[in-house]
Design a protein around this ligand. Structure first.
Ligand code: PMV
Length: 320
């Protein structure tokens, strides 16, 4: 029987950030609570085929398999099989550039492998979230569409609201640079935990920020959510700027876009930015203001590619 399976997942963009792991509590157990939205229109697709050995290919390039070993092992354990998996993935957007490609990639890979191992992968999304987390923390959240939460100390994320909860929300993803970043997020967060003088301040502040974001999200209050988002990403970057040596993902256009958002807000257009471990800037607004934001981006950063997104659906199987 051919048990090849292909799954698609969309990236999970954090409104409040997962940044740092709790040491000695298992793989990728977060030191902070993250709230996230699954983005429509960007996707990772992964095909898993039974094989003699485990392997992973991304956009045609063979990847070091070590990184994925915990996912393969967890799938085999869950399914009670010895199957090895050959995985082949593609991203519809730049990889490893701070666009959450690891969240969608690992979520799609987990589901494809679970199916390949004979399980119905969405029958237990929490199990899939737990396994995907072993490959990339943020992937724990990419198992659901709409809005998710992953609590500090938890092995598994949870759904908060479906994509239909806030259909007017728009996210402009501005690609400041499509190059893969020099330092990966897992390395940068561990480096910050160990060397940043601001680490304790991050830990002390993150829970209140996530609470504010959760409450603002529940009432679709963009300004309340925006201020919490801003505090979260800037507190996260504060730990990078105070790491030894510092990690600086920002590029001149990143700062330009942060100022652009502030100028737009000052002129009455609701738009709030966030950034992840990379130079890209993601701008949150609502449908009624999206023409104004699009025009402002054309005027301010005409050479940069912009992806327009909104809350998206959860993962789906592709029938080949
Ligand atoms: O899942 P990882 O190991 O790629 O880390 C993701 C870290 C951030 O994107 C910066 C924040 C987040 O919550 O997604």
């Amino acid at each position: 029987m051919d048990s090849t399976a292909t799954w698609i997942a969309q990236p999970s963009l954090a409104l409040t950030k997962y940044w740092g792991k709790l040491p000695e509590s298992g793989r990728n157990i977060p030191a902070s609570t993250s709230i996230a939205v699954t983005l429509a229109g960007l996707h990772s697709s992964v095909r898993a085929t039974p094989s003699d050995t485990d392997s992973v290919e991304l956009d045609g390039v063979l990847q070091p398999v070590q990184r994925f070993a915990p996912v393969f092992a967890a799938v085999r354990k869950a399914a009670g099989v010895e199957t090895r998996f050959a995985c082949a993935g593609t991203n519809s957007f730049p990889t490893a550039a701070g666009l959450a490609s690891s969240s969608s990639g690992l979520a799609a890979m987990t589901l494809a492998c679970l199916e390949c191992a004979g399980l119905d992968p969405l029958s237990d999304r929490s199990l899939a979230s737990r396994i995907a987390r072993e490959g990339s923390g943020s992937a724990a959240r990419a198992l659901w569409g709409g809005f998710t939460r992953w609590l500090r100390g938890s092995a598994v994320a949870e759904p908060l609201h479906g994509p239909e909860f806030w259909p007017e929300l728009r996210v402009f993803v501005v690609i400041v640079s499509g190059r893969a970043k020099p330092v990966g997020s897992r390395e940068a967060m561990e480096h910050a935990r160990v060397t940043s003088s601001g680490w304790q301040a991050w830990l002390d502040g993150e829970a209140a920020i996530a609470d504010r974001a959760t409450r603002a999200l529940a009432t679709r209050d963009l300004e309340g959510l925006g201020t919490a988002m801003r505090e979260s990403y800037l507190s996260m970057f504060a730990t990078m700027f105070t790491s030894k040596p510092p990690v600086i993902y920002w590029l001149p256009e990143s700062i330009r876009l942060i100022h652009l958002a502030a100028e737009l807000r000052a002129s009455g257009i609701p738009v709030w930015e966030t950034m992840d471990a990379g130079p890209q800037v993601k701008l949150f607004t609502v449908e009624s203001a999206s023409d104004a934001v699009r025009e402002a981006l054309k005027g301010s950063v005409p050479d940069l590619a912009v992806l327009e997104s909104r809350p998206g659906e959860g993962p789906r199987r592709i029938a080949l």
